[in-house]
Write a protein that binds this ligand. Structure first.
Ligand code: SF4
Ligand code: SF4
Length: 333
């Protein structure tokens, strides 16, 4: 957005209470709770459950075609974390069996880091940043309750933001859901290919979308943006109109400093995301705090908390999803 000053800072602008913050259990994520939390009002309620009713109402943006487009846009994302893991790609089709090359020797980290970032951009990332991997952001368990172990040798995260297309501004209709689905599915290509690029240089890499670790703090650590009142990453270039993916690696890389563009001061006055939310899921509090609304909010992080249960209930009512707080953010325009 024009008129903002972006400063590089020595530490990220989020505040955490180290005594409280623990690795998040992905089973507490709202989408996991749909399957595993039988006390939740949305237990086994698929977000598309109301779509037939909405099609019958013949509202603009809620046609049978739009629904098929929205659901299909998520196809690659829904399958990629397993499909493109390093074990599955360790085969003769994807490996360079001949010639057998030695591990790439990194003589100077500055140009090498630039090459890695350029590769991410060539593969389709809109923004890319690098941070040391804070293992606190790794999920304790995945959404099925299996523990996650990323060994300490994975020292860095390459964090990538993928821009959503302009249909996001039609939110909450199904074309905006499609915009999200396309970006998520693009992650499959971008992060899996970048991980494979690193493996072809003889180093280790794990690619991930929303799985494995919390994306927003990683993106903030990597200097891509700050945490907004809407509970999302807000970047100076693209606002919240991005989806995030990452690659964990043992490759030595130069890291980016976090950024500060006084977002929290801006959010104190702006409040456009509050107005855009049809179910008042976004906090109206004057200041961020350590309050949480449900088990789906990770405690120990100072922020304006989003009532993600209310949010998901609206997704169900709306027959798919919603991105109105992303579209409303002036940084997204
Ligand atoms: S996604 Fe929609 S329902 Fe959820 S918080 Fe944002 S505006 Fe509200
Ligand atoms: S819409 Fe305004 S208040 Fe909400 S996240 Fe964006 S800048 Fe902050």
């Amino acid at each position: 957005m024009n008129g903002i000053t972006v400063k590089r800072v020595d530490k990220p602008t989020y505040e955490i209470d180290e005594e409280i913050l623990e690795q998040f259990n992905e089973q507490q994520n709202i989408f996991a709770r749909v399957i595993y939390d039988n006390d939740a009002p949305f237990f086994y309620k698929c977000n598309y459950i109301n779509s037939e009713k909405l099609i019958e109402e013949e509202k603009k943006g809620y046609s049978r075609i739009e629904l098929a487009r929205a659901v299909s846009s998520w196809t690659l994302f829904n399958h990629f974390s397993d499909a493109f893991c390093d074990q599955k790609l360790d085969n003769e089709i994807t490996k360079l069996s001949e010639p057998q090359l030695a591990k790439y020797d990194i003589e100077d980290m500055t140009p090498f880091t630039k090459e890695v970032k350029e590769t991410a951009l060539k593969f389709g990332a809109s923004l890319v940043g690098i941070c040391e991997l804070n293992h606190k952001w790794i999920y304790k368990n995945n959404r099925h309750g299996e523990s996650i172990n990323i060994p300490q040798e994975y020292t860095h995260a390459i964090v990538m933001a993928i821009e959503m297309n302009e249909d996001i501004f039609n939110s909450p209709d199904w074309s905006a859901v499609t915009s999200g689905g396309i970006s998520y599915s693009q992650m499959a290509f971008v992060s899996a290919s970048l991980a494979q690029f690193i493996r072809h240089l003889g180093y280790k890499a794990i690619s991930a979308g929303n799985d494995t670790a919390l994306n927003i703090p990683l993106a903030i650590d990597a200097g891509l943006g700050e945490l907004g009142r809407n509970g999302m990453l807000v970047t100076p270039e693209l606002g919240s109109k991005v989806r995030i993916c990452k690659v964990f690696t043992d490759i030595p890389l130069e890291v980016d400093k976090s950024i500060d563009f006084s977002l929290q001061n801006f959010c104190k006055k702006c409040k456009l995301c509050i107005e855009a939310c049809e179910v008042s899921a976004i906090s109206c509090d004057a200041d961020p705090s350590y309050k949480i609304k449900s088990v789906s909010n990770n405690p120990g992080i100072k922020r304006w908390v989003v009532d993600v249960e209310k949010c998901y209930m609206f997704w169900i009512e709306n027959g798919g999803g919603c991105s109105s707080c992303i579209a409303a953010c002036p940084f997204s325009k």
